[in-house]
Design a binder for this molecule. Structure first.
Ligand code: ATP
Length: 241
């Protein structure tokens, strides 16, 4: 479906999810909305369910109850392959472990999402060609000009993180999701990285949803939400007991 500009980026209501039926962990969200263009930081302790929530938002996991809409599209109305296409087209994802193809060269890693996302490919092509757009992003993220043909496995952690970020940004998806992308960096490099990321996001007006347990990042964002504050009331009460 066509994503309408008037809809929220993300809207959840009464969403429940367990990874498996016998697992005591259940993520249970009352209401949660993210407007388009927000830079949202979602804070929560380790194991509280932040990555699980990102898996639900991106359609990697499917909620067992409730309603979850992204850009006006209910994800449970899409088939598994439809959710995969929707994710590739509308989300740029920076994973906690980056998930680069280790034996692929940097340029191929950055271009990868375009194989599954015709609208993103068309935008990157219109911006001057897919390869030149990949190189522009790598350079804007502070990587040297000759890095494109290097294999991903030979990069430092900081370089891998920037390549993963270029891969998320290419073709200007509407929503950028980042799972603790700064956790491996010292304070100065965190600040550098966030400045570069925000600079690129400002240019495309994308929505940013970042999860972290590090509340010192809060000042960089337009809104900060504690995961415990969006849990369904019954779940919050049982956590207190
Ligand atoms: N792919 C998975 N399969 C099964 N269980 C999972 C999976 N991912 C997470 N879990 C479980 O879901 C619960 C919440 O984990 P999650 O990774 O969402 O928390 P988190 O807040 O992101 O933690 P961290 O900050 O340590 O990354 C944990 O009990 C975890 O073991």
């Amino acid at each position: 479906m066509k994503a309408e500009a008037a809809t929220d980026a993300v809207r959840l209501q009464g969403v429940e999810y367990r990874w498996n039926a016998r697992d005591p962990f259940c993520l249970s969200i009352g209401e949660f909305e993210v407007s388009r263009g927000e830079r949202l930081l979602l804070l929560g302790a380790s194991g509280s369910g932040k990555s699980t929530l990102l898996s639900l938002l991106t359609g990697i996991a499917l909620a067992q109850a409730g309603s979850l809409e992204v850009l006006g599209q209910r994800l449970d109305e899409l088939s598994g392959s439809g959710r995969d296409r929707f994710r590739a087209e509308h989300f740029g994802i920076i994973f906690q472990m980056f998930n680069l193809l280790p034996y692929g060269v940097v340029i191929d890693n950055v271009l990868l999402p375009l194989s599954f996302a015709p609208e993103r490919r068309a935008r990157a092509t219109a911006a001057g060609g897919t390869e030149s757009e990949a190189r522009r992003l790598l350079s804007a993220l502070g990587l040297p000009a000759d890095i494109g043909q290097q294999t991903a496995a030979t990069l430092s952690v900081g370089q891998q993180q920037r390549v993963a970020t270029a891969r998320a940004l290419i073709g200007s998806p509407e929503i950028i999701v980042a799972d603790e992308p700064t956790s491996a960096l010292d304070d100065d490099r965190q600040q550098d990285f966030l400045d570069l990321l925000f600079g690129q996001i400002d240019a495309t007006k994308a929505t940013l949803i970042m999860v972290s347990h590090d509340r010192r990042l809060a000042r960089h964002f337009t809104r900060v939400v504690q995961l415990t504050d969006i849990l369904a009331t019954s779940k919050r009460e049982s956590d207190k007991r």
